[in-house]
Design a protein. Structure first.
Lengths: 487, 367
């Protein structure tokens, strides 16, 4: 037995030695290798490949960053980077993720490099300072930016004999239009919802809502703005019935021209949503859908026995800016996919080179060409490529996104409470509201407010400097007192 | 004496890799987390590391989320007794000789079953349901194997899900529960269509409904209405995974250790099948049941992480966040490792306490 065990041990040692010997060594070709955590899409592959051609001395290894804008990705990146195996570059959502990366010390301060490399504030869209800067320092440069716009399916409006949406309309006008093109009784073979992907946060930004007071000391979750936004969210789904609930949306099934497992894009393209709040980045998907649908139509036309009742649809898209509330200036959520340099990166120079590339004409031209939101540098936000399909009105989509940027804004973040924490608290309440519309919005938001205040107090108790700062601003280190609660 | 020392040295040499691994990767982190739970340990660079005594624990006992997630953890544990009972039931069946084996009919039946399933699945395939055809073929082949190679092959089949990694199983169930294209809702829709009714389509992982929805729960646990929601969906998955798993193996081993004389004596006394189980099998399996129960409680209190991380992200509305996932959220989303460690240690104390109670009051009965 002993001999057997000794033999096993020797074999294991031998195998370890072989593995060590086979381990790839440090490349000696003099090239810098950087890893980039980003969703791999057609657009991204083209962008990275172009960088590669322009910079043969830097090799970029793309890592698929599934669901990059979600909270689960946040913790994944934090764990990777904290343990020293993180990527050199990673994508971050501007509102909730970047703050956490900065607080965790994972986002590298690039202020000076950005100034020297020409990718600082003067080469960004107005308002980006609130997204990418933290305590006066720059921590990222955008890969893409923009706002959502309101896309509409012209086929649906034509079928119902309803005029197309117009730019500058109010939310009420939009709801009326949506009601006229909603048919949930399957009379047309499938249900049609007037409006999709419109939720409380769109109304909240339309009312220029803020989660925190200007100095970040007070939480405003039980504000009238958020109450109204939640009430509208519920009303559209359960009273007016012009927008499907999350569950209903997931239960809808698409027919014809189906790509990506009957995704919402396909539902829109097939006429099950008349209007859809979405960014112009969706063009890439609609091009594919359009191509498939055109092929189906051609096949149908070629078939001498085709059923005239079953003519396959080919999507025709129009777009306008998102509606506004009567008497209020429009307000849109500024979306940004920011690229961050890992503070622990051993290839910082290579990573910075990529950021510099993002601000240049080549990259920005590629973004415009594939309609991947807007390019980070507004100097190059000019549409001059040939649209692939007239039906998709790509130029119109691009222009509406550019025009919407005038009204785009980023809510105030607080140094006293992570946006990621606040997002989870709100998401929980939205989940409850969608599942039980009988719950009182006031109660939900009061609960959310209380939970957020407790979290903020815990944060202050952890950090004496932060607590002192809070006290200097509010006159008390007690968050509940600062919010006017009497113990 | 010299020989003993030599043996000890050799034993230590062989134990060393494992022991070193345990010390570096288990004991040391555990001790660090214990120390960390008394500090402000944070991933935030701006938070200084400071000893704060029991402050984390004080916050924890006032934390409503902690109680809600503890409630979720206990709720999900309700699947354990069903799963254990299922394992026992299955073990009793699988430990018996199949009736047809007594007459050497197994080969004929196996061939008939295989041919019938191939024929039936071909018909179903032709009628336009390839998925259902594959399922039928698989079931037919499994039963044929069982007939041919006795119940041992069934035991193997029931254990098959355990060969798959937990993550893969969780992802598989997430797809099955998808309200849009998941196989479960597709099946339900087909059934409704076939019967000609408009029945409810559950939201599964997207729903906050609960079987306790009829009860008035505290405000922080307000959860919608009565029905099957995300928690129940996870419980169904746990029952499926638990029935044919290690518990089944333990019960099978336990049953095989029961002296046959006891059954023979029972037969002489004219015991019915139920009486054989109630007065022989069940008491003889008491130590096994005790062990399985203890492990289920420990596993249940620690459980829910994979499901929350991969299926629901803890939602909807936090209904599937368990204490283990809460620890993760505290550490890597709120960046507060100190507080996360405190939650982990409270969880440990609970598990330890429950296990002690089990040992104290459970062992007597099991003997």
């Amino acid at each position: 037995m002993r001999n057997l065990l000794i033999t096993v041990l020797l074999i294991l040692i031998g195998l370890s030695a072989i593995a060590f010997w086979l381990k790839p060594g440090v490349p000696t070709d003099g090239k810098t290798r950087i890893t980039y955590l980003t969703p791999i899409t057609v657009a991204r592959t083209l962008q990275v490949d172009t960088f590669q051609k322009l910079n043969p001395d830097v090799l970029v290894n793309k890592q698929s960053g599934y669901k990059w804008a979600e909270l689960t990705t946040l913790s994944k990146v934090i764990i990777q980077c904290s343990t020293g195996v993180g990527p050199d570059l990673f994508d971050a959502e501007g509102l909730q993720q970047l703050q956490s990366y900065v607080e965790a010390g994972l986002a590298s301060d690039i202020t000076e490099d950005a100034k020297a490399g020409g990718f600082s504030l003067e080469n960004m869209w107005p308002g980006m300072e609130k997204v990418l800067f933290y305590n006066g320092k720059q921590y990222a440069y955008p890969a893409t930016t923009g706002t959502n716009i309101l896309l509409y399916n012209k086929n649906v409006f034509d079928q119902f004999g309803v005029p197309y949406p117009k730019s500058g309309m109010t939310w009420e006008e939009c709801f009326d239009l949506a009601a006229r093109v909603t048919d949930t009784h399957k009379d047309r073979g499938h249900v049609v919802y007037g409006l999709f992907n419109v939720n409380w946060s769109d109304f909240f930004t339309s009312m220029h809502g803020e989660y925190f007071s200007a100095d970040g000391t007070r939480i405003l979750l039980n504000s009238d703005t958020l109450k109204k936004a939640f009430q509208l969210h519920r009303e559209l789904r359960f009273k007016r019935g012009i927008t499907p609930t999350d569950l209903i949306a997931k239960n809808l099934s698409a027919s014809g021209g189906d790509i990506n497992n009957a995704s919402n894009y396909n539902l829109f393209a097939n006429g099950q949503f008349a209007m859809y709040l979405l960014g112009n980045f969706s063009t890439t998907y609609f091009r594919e859908v359009h191509e498939v649908q055109t092929k189906l139509l051609n096949d149908w036309l070629k078939d001498p026995k085709h059923d005239p009742q079953k003519k396959p649809p080919v999507v025709r898209i129009g777009s306008v800016m998102i509606p506004h509330f009567d008497g209020l200036q429009p307000g849109y959520r500024l979306s940004t996919r920011a690229v961050v340099v890992n503070s622990k990166s051993k290839n910082r120079q290579g990573a910075l080179k990529y950021l510099q590339y993002l601000s240049g004409p080549t990259y920005c031209g590629l973004v415009v060409r594939v309609n991947d939101m807007l390019p980070p540098n507004p100097k190059y936000a000019t549409y001059h490529s040939e649209p692939t399909a007239e039906d998709l009105s790509e130029r119109e989509m691009f222009q509406n996104t550019v025009d919407s940027m005038k009204y785009a804004y980023m809510p105030v973040r607080s140094p006293f409470l992570l946006m990621a924490e606040l997002t989870r608290i709100i998401a929980d309440k939205v989940g409850l509201l969608e599942n039980n519309p009988n719950l009182k919005v006031e109660d939900l938001l009061n609960e959310a407010q209380r939970a957020a205040e407790e979290q903020m107090q815990t944060t202050l108790d952890r950090n004496p400097d932060l607590k002192a700062k809070y006290e200097s601003l509010t006159g008390t280190p007690d968050v509940f007192k600062a919010h006017g609660h009497v113990k | 004496m010299k020989s003993e020392n030599k043996h000890l040295k050799i034993a230590l040499l062989f134990l060393a890799p494992n022991l070193l691994g345990f010390l570096c990767f288990t004991l040391l982190p555990v001790l660090i987390s214990l120390g960390g739970s008394f500090t402000t340990w944070s991933l935030k660079a701006s938070v200084p590391l400071k000893f704060i005594g029991l402050h984390n624990y004080e916050i924890l006992f006032k934390d409503r989320n902690f109680y809600f997630y503890f409630f979720n953890t206990l709720y999900l544990m309700l699947a354990a007794p069903i799963s254990i009972a299922g394992s026992l039931f299955l073990a009793v069946i699988l430990s018996q000789k199949l009736r047809f084996q007594r007459y050497n009919l197994n080969r004929i039946l196996a061939i008939v079953s295989a041919l019938f399933s191939i024929l039936l699945s071909a018909v179903v395939w032709r009628s336009g349901s390839p998925n259902a055809a594959c399922l039928l073929l698989l079931l037919g082949l499994v039963s044929s194997f069982g007939m041919l190679f006795t119940s041992i092959s069934y035991r193997g089949f029931f254990y098959v899900p355990h060969f798959a990694a937990g993550v893969a199983t969780v992802i598989l169930w997430r797809q099955m529960y998808n309200p849009n294209y998941g196989i479960i809702n597709q099946f339900l829709e087909s059934m409704y269509h076939w019967i000609g009714v408009h029945g409810p389509i559950p939201g599964w992982l997207t729903s906050t409904k609960s079987l306790l929805g009829f009860m008035k729960l505290p405000g922080s646990q307000s959860n919608g209405t009565f029905g099957i929601g995300a928690r129940e969906s996870i419980m169904i998955m746990s029952i499926w995974a638990g029935i044919g798993g290690n518990n089944l193996l333990l019960y099978l081993a336990g049953i095989s250790n029961i002296p046959p004389e006891l059954y023979e004596a029972g037969d002489i006394d004219g015991c019915s099948t139920w009486q054989r189980f109630r007065y022989i099998t069940w008491p003889q399996l008491a130590p096994t049941t005790f062990f399985i129960s203890v492990m289920a409680i420990i596993g249940g209190l620690q459980g829910g992480f994979e499901q929350a991380r991969l299926m629901t992200e803890g939602g909807p509305a936090g209904t599937t966040t368990t204490l283990s996932y809460y620890i993760y959220l505290q550490g890597f989303e709120r960046l507060d490792l100190g507080y996360g460690s405190a939650v982990a240690w409270v969880l440990f104390i609970m598990i330890f306490g429950v296990t002690l109670l089990n040992w104290k009051y459970g062992q007597g009965d099991s003997h």
